[in-house]
Every structure is written in structure tokens, then in C-alpha cells.
Design a protein around this ligand. Sequence first.
Ligand code: ZN
Length: 245
Amino acid sequence: MMRHPTLNESYYSCIECGEPAECLYKQYRSNGLKISYCTRCEHPVDKYIEYDATIIFLDALLQKQAAYRHIIFNGGFKAIWKLGVVCLLCDTFTRWTRCSLTSRGAEQDLYTIAFISVLETFIFYCGILCLSVLLQNVESSVKKVSCSSTVDAVMVGSYGQLLAIAALIWGNSYISTMLIVALTIISQVQAYRAISMASMFSATVVIAGGTLCSHVTGVLLSEALSNSGWLSCPHTCLHHVSYFT
Ligand SMILES: [Zn+2]
């Protein structure tokens, strides 16, 4: 089985096959710009550099790995972490709103829920990084990618969490919550596959493993904080599984 080369951070990436590329286009004095072609698959390294941002977003929404590779490696987005922070704030706010339905929704609850969300997110990414490193050592076909690229990919794939605020405004229902959870997990799996070339099964195991670690941590922590009085609502209010029942 062929082993993919390690992706150097200073390189771009072919959106079709993930092969590192030195440039996306070449500039000639007489003929203007010429798109670079991949030395491996012979397709344009990144056709999206000529596309409108709306098309790129729609392709990401359609779960095309090429669109994720463009966003993560070639798009020049320097602050993907800001998307992660906004997702974290959305998660905290929707949980606090849910909590306030069964309690007085005190300000202290907001800070406690924010603490739980931050810790859950930290454990989620730690779990994914550990499983990702393990996968890279077990499966030779999986590309070795840096921790920062892995975190960036999963953050980009978490954009579905932003819809939680819209769902809150439109009336949180079982179906809308399920759709948001499904979209987020599918997007995270596809974004992870886009950078690692892992199979659907392996990528699902990595994302599901991180989600499980995060969920168990959240349940145990929120139960402890609820019992000690730091959280005025029942700890079950904060978790999707209990929310559905
Ligand atoms: Zn290629």
C-alpha cells in the first residue's frame, strides 16, 4: 500500500487527491495567470480559486471533500479558531436557554455551563487527536497530518452547530435538533476524511470516539456540579440524549 507523504504546512494541497503542491497558479508576464496542475492526478490543484465563496460553501454543505480541502489548506483562512469559539458560544447559549426552562436561569448557571462546554470541547479535540494519531500508525493508507490541521478540519466541519441558534428562534424541536446533530457529525467526518484520506469507517470511529469522550466527561461533570449546587437545573437538561426523551 502506498504511503502518502507528510503534508508540509508551507505547501498547498490538491483538492482532488490531497497531494501537496507548491502553488495554486503561476503568473506569466504576457499571458496573465495559469492554474497549476497536480503532478499526481493531473487535475487543477484548486479549481475553487476561480469560484465564488457561495459555491464553495454550497459544495461544503453537499459534503464534497474537495471543498473542505480548499477551505482548510488553500483558502488562506488564518483564523479558523474563531469559528470554533463562535460554535462554543452557540453551544453554551442554547444549553443555558434549555436550562432556564426548568430553573431560574441564573447568571451563575451561564458561567457553569460555559465551563462545562469548554471542558467538553477540550476533551473532544484531545480524543480526536489521540485516535487520529493511533489511526495513522495502524493504517498505512492514512495520511500523516499535523495536530493543527486536524483541529482546523474538525472546527470547519462543526459549522452545523451555528444552526442551533436559528433552531432556538424557530422553536427547538426534536427533528431540528436531530438534523443539526446529524449535519455536524457528517460534516466533521467528511472534513476529517478530506485531510487524512481515511476511509468512511475509520473517520467515523475517530469522530464518534471524540464525541463519546466529550459526552461522558460532560455528563459526569454536570452531574457533579448539579449535586454541589453550582448548577440550578438538572444536569440532564444539558445533554442532547436526555433532551430527546
Ligand atoms: Zn491531485
